[in-house]
Design a binder for this molecule. Structure first.
Ligand SMILES: CC(C)(COP(=O)(O)OP(=O)(O)OC[C@H]1O[C@@H](n2cnc3c(N)ncnc32)[C@H](O)[C@@H]1OP(=O)(O)O)[C@@H](O)C(=O)NCCC(=O)NCCS
Length: 201
């Protein structure tokens, strides 16, 4: 769909716990649509299992004293969710692959999805920059993300946003007692504070 001539005005706001059901449904639908062409069937069926409910329950009920925290924004029109971004801080190397940087004060872009009816209007970019701004407020200096290696359109989008490819490697996923390796691409934004300072209003 070519949206380039459309003029759409959305709002971006925090996601309240009342939105639990709506955001779980949106997340599941978008991830399903993205994953099906990319993932082998057995992997897709197991990765998708029960993930969304848990993700958002943890998000809405996070321990405010825990230095690891997540934030999320939705894009909406008249109450209808048309996109979201979720991100978090990492105060210690939580995964082996992150140790290569040897840095502290990290953040991670966890998910970013825009409904296809609203693609190519600048909404992905608006959500991306909103996430980096909040991470900067939290003191994050480097932002990481990983994306399935074969998700080329999204990789191009992240590269346009300024993310720099660090490396590609398999991510080991265990779901329902099944282990499989998912080839992923790992990206870094090396100086979030500087990046945010240089964003145009
Ligand atoms: C990647 C994704 C978030 C991009 O969302 P989007 O709202 O279309 O993004 P934007 O509109 O900001 O930018 C996308 C493209 O539109 C272009 N664009 C931005 N504003 C535009 C406008 N007003 N008019 C025309 N084109 C525009 C950008 O230049 C960009 O082009 P490029 O990719 O060729 O460089 C979206 O495609 C998506 O949800 N994909 C699935 C996400 C996913 O797989 N997530 C899993 C990893 S977490």
């Amino acid at each position: 769909m070519d949206n380039s001539q459309l003029s759409v005005s959305w709002q971006i706001s925090e996601i309240p716990p009342e939105d639990h059901e709506a955001i779980v449904a949106f997340h599941r639908d978008r991830r399903t649509a993205t994953d099906i062409p990319i993932m082998p069937d057995y992997a897709y069926a197991n990765i998708a299992h029960g993930l969304y409910e848990n993700t958002w329950r943890e998000h809405f009920h996070q321990d405010k004293n825990n230095p690891y925290r997540t934030g999320a924004y939705k894009a909406h029109i008249d109450g209808k969710i048309i996109g979201f971004v979720r991100f978090g801080t990492i105060t210690f190397p939580k995964k082996e692959e992150f140790k290569i940087y040897g840095l502290t004060d990290w953040g991670e872009l966890l998910q970013l999805y825009v409904h296809p009816d609203y693609h190519h209007l600048g909404l992905g970019w608006a959500l991306f920059r909103r996430a980096t701004q909040q991470l900067a407020v939290w003191g994050v200096r480097q932002m990481l993300l990983n994306v399935y290696e074969k998700n080329y359109p999204t990789r191009r989008f992240y590269e346009r946003c300024g993310m720099i490819l660090s490396h590609e490697k398999n991510r080991r996923v265990v779901r329902n007692n099944i282990t499989f390796d998912v080839p992923c691409a790992y990206y870094i934004l090396p100086d979030v504070q500087d990046y945010v300072k240089n964003l145009k209003p």
